[in-house]
Design a protein around this ligand. Structure first.
Ligand code: NAG
Ligand code: NAG
Ligand code: NAG
Ligand code: NAG
Length: 354
């Protein structure tokens, strides 16, 4: 190696040292106020956020889909909700190895992703969050969770899980618009259902409210991590206008930004735990948000549908006994929580006898 290359390597190592040093400092300073980022948990939850895009409802409900096979193995869905008109999907279930209830929301379907992103530039803060003075949010995101069949479906399942397990940890996740809905859901569970142990982790979510909303949100759901990826465009939208602090959209903390560091073949992914402001200028805001490609893959996991054929629903016959349809044609599959436990016992006994 000639002198120049050695220099590059030394600079590179220094950069790594500086960036990891900074992470530790930020974490320690805010230990009691904000979420601690857990990389392992992020790689698990991103698989839940990916699985909710599966359109074969039979495979999804039975948790046999190809995306259900990795770190999320053994998960059992209590409730799968499909809002047919608005093309929304979410589930609630029990993750034994996390010892938690996991709730996941699907984002926008890929065929309309481009349009959806273009629209994001112009979203207004056009509805106030009930009961929180001055807190403004975007109507579309708000009502996708609050004014559809998703909320009642999620609450039913969480209530029965609470009766069964007590205040078990609840982890809410979602990608893109699903991340926006996950945030509204986490807040709802805390404020309206009195859940004590709610954490939220979103991937590539847009901004959803103003500064007043953010200060309510962070107080009530402090255990929130908002993962952003490289040049993903969506976390940059709707735009943040630094010089209009009361009028602009604003992100809540805590961002964790994934980016590449290094030279040539020596590229290394850094996970930067950002400051507690929500709008850390040295995280994703330090680069141009111009990539759709960086939006649909986080931690190497695909976050979009397999078929880009819009809102397609595939359903086999095996689901009839779990299946109800409401007056608007929305579909809900539910499983009785006591049968979830029974099935576990059966499957472990089978495992033993083999
Ligand atoms: C991170 O999360 C994983 C999966 O839930 C858990 O096993 C591990 O103990 C956590 N690590 C820390 C430091 O909390
Ligand atoms: C909820 O949806 C209904 C119809 O779907 C609509 O008439 C109503 O205005 C919506 N409410 C809010 C607060 O968005
Ligand atoms: C949340 O759940 C964890 C793990 O079960 C538990 O250690 C913790 O005490 C719970 N916190 C609250 C406030 O219930
Ligand atoms: C679930 O099953 C238990 C025991 O079989 C039964 O007592 C309970 O009513 C069922 N709950 C629902 C909501 O169907």
């Amino acid at each position: 190696m000639d002198g120049k290359n050695w220099l590059k390597v030394v600079i590179f190592l220094c950069l790594i040292a500086v960036s990891t040093g900074r992470e530790f400092k930020v974490k320690a300073k805010n230990k009691h106020h904000a979420a601690i980022y857990n990389h392992t948990l992020a790689t698990i939850l991103v698989e839940y956020a990916s699985a909710v895009y599966v359109s074969d409802l039979t495979e999804l409900f039975a948790w046999t889909c190809s995306r259900c096979n990795g770190l999320t193995k053994g998960f059992q869905i209590l409730e799968l909700i499909v809002d047919v008109q608005r093309c929304l999907q979410a589930y609630v279930g029990v993750a034994q190895d996390l010892n938690a209830i996991v709730i996941a929301f699907r984002g926008t379907q890929e065929s309309s992703l481009q349009n959806w992103i273009e629209d994001l530039y112009w979203k207004q803060l056009d509805i106030s969050y009930p009961g929180m003075e001055d807190a403004m949010v975007h109507h579309g995101f708000y009502s996708a969770y609050h004014n559809t069949s998703l909320r009642p479906g999620v609450l039913t399942a969480v209530k029965s899980a609470k009766e069964f397990y007590g205040d078990i940890p609840i982890m809410v996740t979602g990608h893109s618009m699903g991340g926006a809905m996950a945030a509204f859901c986490g807040l709802d569970l805390t404020v309206h259902l009195g859940c004590q142990n709610v954490s939220v982790m979103t991937f590539g979510q847009p901004r959803i409210g103003n500064a007043a909303f953010v200060s309510y949100y962070r107080e009530r759901v402090p255990n929130t991590i908002r993962v952003t990826n490289r040049h993903d465009i969506v976390p940059h939208l709707p735009p943040y206008y630094q010089y209009f602090p009361h009028k602009t959209y604003r992100h809540f903390p805590r961002e964790v930004w994934l980016y590449d560091l290094g030279f040539g073949s020596l590229v290394y992914t850094v996970e930067k735990v950002c400051d507690n402001s929500g709008e850390d200028p040295s995280c994703s805001r330090s680069v141009k948000g111009n990539s759709v490609k960086d939006h649909v893959r986080y931690f190497g996991v695909k976050l979009s549908c397999d078929v880009s054929a819009g809102c397609r629903i595939v359903m086999g016959n095996g689901l009839a006994s779990y299946h109800t349809t409401d007056n608007d044609g929305n579909i809900i599959f539910s499983r009785n929580i006591s049968s979830v436990l029974r099935m576990n016992v059966e499957s472990s006994e089978e495992g033993k006898s083999l």
